[in-house]
Every structure is written in C-alpha cells, then in structure tokens.
Design a protein around this ligand. Structure first.
Ligand code: HEC
Ligand code: HEC
Length: 375
C-alpha cells in the first residue's frame, strides 16, 4: 500500500495546524504582556520627586527657583489661564477644608492683617514687616514666573541647599517667614500653616504630582558679564519704579494703614538681608517677569541689563539683618553665587558676590565642584 490513507492523514494535519495556532496565540499574548508591563512602569510616577539629589551637578533645579525656559515645553497646556479666588468659588462651601482654603488665601493676600506686627493681637505676631506674601508671589501665588504656588504642593519634600536637607513645603514657607517677611516660623501644625497648605494644595490641584511646570520659578535673565552699574540702576529706578515705590523706596501704605498698596523695597519694613530677593540675580529675574507692575514674561518692560542694574541698586540699600546667616548652606559650595553674605567656598570678595561679575564665580564652581550654577 503505497497510498496513504487520507482518513489517517487529515487529523494529524489538523492537529499540527491547531498547535501552531496555539503557539502563535501564546507568543502574541506574551508580547502583549511584556508591552503592557513596560508601558505601565515607564508611565508610573513616583510618589514624590526629589528634584535635586546629592551628587547631582545641576543646582538650578533646586526648588522653583531655578528658571524655566518657556521654549522647553512648547506643547504643554498652561496651568495659568485663570486666577481662582476661593472666597468667591467656595463661597457656599462651609466644610472645614473649604474654610481652611479660604483662610489660606486671606493669609497670603493680607498677611499683615492676620500675622503682621500691627495686627492687634500680640500672640499672633509672626512677621516682622508689613508685607504680604502676594507682594512677591503675585495674584496670590497664581501668576506664572512669580514663584507661583501652582504646582508646589506636589513638588515637595525636596532637597534644600540652604539647610542641606530634604525640606518640606512647611519648611519652605517658614524660609520666607524668616527672611522675606523678616519674622519667625509659623508652628508647623498650627491653624495658619495648615490653611496655607490647604490653599497651596487647592491651587496645585490640576498639576501632576512632582511635575515642574512651565511658569514655575522666575523668567531667565541673560546676566551681563560685568559688575552691576549702580548709577544706571538708579536711573532705571527713577524712571520706571519710583512712581509707585517712591523715590525713597518706602512704598505707599494702604488707606487702612495696614499693609501696602506699593510695598517698600528697602529699609526697616522690607525683606531682610538673608532673603532670596536680596540676591541680585533672583531680584533681576523677579523684576524682569513682573515689574513695573503689569509686566509679564511675554511682555517684559525692562531689558535684562536694566533688570540687573536696578536689582543691584535696590539691594545696595539698608534693610533688616537676618541673624545666623553664617549657618546657611552647611555645604558652602551650594551657596548661590549672588548670596551677598559670607562665608564662601571660594576666594572671591563679598562685593563681587553682591554685585558681580558672576560669570567668573560660576566658572569656578563648575571647574572645582562640577556644579552648574544659575543664581
Ligand atoms: C520679598 C518677597 C517675598 C515675600 C514677601 C514672600 N516670598 Fe516666598 N519666595 C520669594 C522668593 C524670591 C522665592 C524664591 C527664592 C529662592 O531663590 O529660593 C520664594 C519662594 C517661595 C516658595 C517656594 C516656591 C517654589 O516654587 O519652590 C514658597 C512656597 C513661598 N515662597 C511661600 C511664601 C509665603 C507663604 C510667603 C508669605 C508668608 C512668602 N513666600 C513671602 C520671595 C518672597
Ligand atoms: C505701577 C506701579 C509699580 C511700578 C511702576 C513698579 N512696581 Fe514694583 N510692585 C508694585 C506692586 C503693586 C507690588 C506688589 C504686588 C502685589 O501685591 O500684587 C510690587 C512689588 C515689587 C517687589 C516685591 C515686593 C517687595 O516689597 O520687595 C519688588 C522687588 C518690586 N516691586 C520692584 C520694582 C522695580 C525694580 C520696579 C521698576 C523696574 C517696580 N517695582 C515698578 C507696583 C509697581
């Protein structure tokens, strides 16, 4: 019998083709599982992001407050399209969380009224000056490139060079309390701090945890490679700033006598010498994106040179002195190049740290410590 029995052949052929199909199916499934697993893990976000870890060489990513280049993320939706006022938006809400958000907003907007030196209740005095947080964090912390609070809630805890530790958002607020507000720390679990946290969480609501968004920190300034020109700074000040802040830099108080319509830029009721705004590079960035009042990152009203010189001019004046600033930055090489007070991990003079030129100081840290400094 040379002819094969077709009745026997057929089942074997069918079996082989079924097995092949099965193997194909299993392979397909395996590929799909691997693909899904890879996609899942690369998409998953960490619980919180430490923006700066020991050993990293990029100092500028510390806190907000490096700068974001608007060209970096062209397609991302803006988180700054409208300003939210919880006093209106949550008017009807009387639950405890809403009440804290509203109180947080009031503390940011009229800080002097609740915890200022003239608030009328000696037990509640925490700030040393009559500024409000929103004098520097414009639109109650909702204006882009004004070190906004939008997104801060998910970006902390983070490394802080000033303390050389991982700091919480409460620590960061207390940093501004002790320096920008020339006052003392708010109790971390007190009602005021909790309210500020509730408000910051509320404005950070739509921002993915850990993300540093376009508009955080300040705008970039092309730093002139020269010393601050104080005479030019004074000229700019008289032309573009004095109409609101006063020739004497003392601003104009509110009709109520509490707080300022135009805040002072130096003198006893201003930020102290340990504040971020007392660093020429930080002040120049703030000014370029926000001053004269009405300026924005898209429509600045000063050039980089003007911002640099007028920042130097403002910060050349007398202001309250912060105690213990020599203890700032336990790792001295982390100190921003424009911190106007020593000690330093370099041989440049105090004057050069205050007024520049900063490029040679930055070059030194890049060479000696492999640290790229932007401020
Ligand atoms: C005189 C101006 C000024 C005032 C007033 C001020 N701050 Fe700040 N704040 C700054 C500057 C400048 C920075 C960034 C500083 C730096 O370079 O580290 C900053 C940073 C912050 C940050 C971190 C932002 C981020 O993106 O990481 C928070 C939070 C903050 N301030 C909260 C407050 C609160 C709350 C108040 C009021 C109690 C306040 N600030 C008052 C100037 C000010
Ligand atoms: C049209 C009025 C106006 C002009 C002009 C103006 N500012 Fe301001 N400035 C303000 C107001 C108002 C605030 C507070 C913002 C707020 O509370 O919303 C402010 C805040 C500031 C702050 C932070 C708060 C503080 O007390 O330190 C600085 C620094 C500053 N201005 C610098 C300048 C400089 C420099 C110029 C000139 C280039 C200038 N301003 C021009 C109105 C003005």
């Amino acid at each position: 019998m040379s002819q094969m029995d077709p009745m026997k052949e057929r089942p074997t052929g069918a079996l082989i083709s079924t097995v092949t199909k099965l193997i194909n199916l299993v392979l397909l499934l395996l590929v799909a599982i691997v693909a899904i697993t890879v996609a899942f893990y690369s998409y998953d976000k960490p619980l919180f992001t430490i923006n700066w870890i020991e050993g990293s060489s990029d100092v500028s990513s510390e806190s907000a407050v490096g700068t974001t280049d608007s060209k970096e993320q062209p397609e991302k939706a803006s988180f700054f399209t409208e300003i939210h006022n919880p006093l209106e938006e949550l008017k009807e809400q009387t639950d405890l969380n809403s009440e804290y958000i509203k109180y947080g907003y009031q503390l940011i907007s009229e800080t002097y009224k609740y915890i200022g030196p003239e608030n009328g209740d000696a037990k509640m005095v925490y700030t040393g000056n009559n500024l409000a947080c929103k004098n520097c964090h414009l639109d109650a912390g909702q204006k882009k490139f004004s070190a906004p609070y939008v997104g801060v809630f998910g970006r902390f805890p983070q490394y802080r060079g000033r303390e050389n530790t991982i700091g919480t958002l409460q620590d960061r607020v207390n940093g501004c309390m002790e320096r920008s507000m020339n006052g003392k720390k708010l109790p971390v679990d007190g009602k005021e701090m909790t309210a500020i946290m509730a408000y910051m969480k509320w404005v950070s609501d739509k921002v993915p945890t850990g993300e540093k968004i376009e508009g955080s920190g300040f705008v970039k300034v092309e730093i002139p490679n020269r010393k601050v020109d104080l005479a030019h700074g004074e000229e700019v000040y008289k032309m573009k700033c004095a109409s609101c802040h006063g020739v004497d830099g003392q601003g104009i108080k509110m009709p109520s006598g509490l707080g300022y319509t135009y805040p002072p830029l130096w003198g006893n009721d201003s930020y102290n010498h340990g504040a971020g705004m007392n660093r020429v590079l930080t002040a120049a960035q703030f000014i370029k994106g926000n001053m004269p009042f009405g300026a924005t990152s898209e429509n600045p009203m000063v050039t980089d040179e003007e911002a640099y010189d007028v920042a130097g001019f403002i910060d050349s004046h007398q202001r309250p002195k912060k105690k213990n600033t020599e203890k700032d930055y336990p790792k001295l090489e982390r100190k921003p190049v424009s911190a106007p007070y020593g000690p330093y991990a370099d041989e440049f003079s105090q004057e050069q740290h205050q007024f520049g030129p900063f490029q040679e100081i930055m070059a030194y840290y890049e060479k000696e410590y492999n640290l790229k400094k932007t401020k």
